[in-house]
Design a protein around this ligand. Sequence first.
Ligand code: SAH
Length: 253
Amino acid sequence: MLTDSYFSSILLPVFILLLILLFTVPAVPPAFAETGSDDEEDQRYQRLREQMVNRQIIARGVEDRPTVNAMRSVPRHKFVQSGERRRAYMDSPLPIGYGQTISQPFIVAYMTQLINPEPGMKVLEIGTGSGYQAAVLAEITDQVFTIEIVEELGEWGRQNLRNAGYDKVQVKRADGYYGWEEHAPFDAIVVTAAADHIPPPLVEQLRDGGLMVIPVGSPFRTQNLMLVEKRGEDIRTRNLMPVRFVPFTREDE
Ligand code: SAH
């Protein structure tokens, strides 16, 4: 016969376990079936993106309108390797080949917000990689320039940008240490690889009053995300938070 104590000692824990499973399993992305029409797929990705923005971006304090709108709009799944698509909106960086990674969504949003992005701004990014950060910037302004040192990644990033409709972004293969003289000065510079010092040519190519965000520190360790502000001859720097980025590599050293 079922007694109260039998219920509380056996059935209740089982019931609680079932409840826990019920609420945790659907949150795991493999429940995301890649079937259905393109429209349905777009809607699914749209929902995942909406969740990403609410839980990872806004909940952590990034509230800048242009940044939040851009994070809502860019189809991040089009900037990851095809096998990683279902993980595109997860709270983590993802491998993109050649030992490089696409940054965690929050970091992309945080860095974007730091430069006070506005329409019409001229922005230089160092480290194109997948092209995702460039696409986020391109949602806000038409003048985005990005440099990638690895030929194949630059080509892949360029294609990802074209496929997702960001035709105006200009991509160049070069050592970003030297910036992009021809288009300088820039209102802002976003560096997405960790350098052991702030490259002087980049400071040079920042306009007076311009901002640069850059991870500075030893490769393969925790670095400092720094905000650099150019005020005439006065270069102000501020340490913002510990981060981990792939190394800023150099050519002809
Ligand atoms: N912004 C990228 C992040 C890519 S990871 C994205 O959104 O996906 C950083 C990238 O910086 C890598 O692709 C790496 O090859 C590149 N990189 C490293 N050193 C560089 C340099 N000196 N000049 C240009 N790109 C560089």
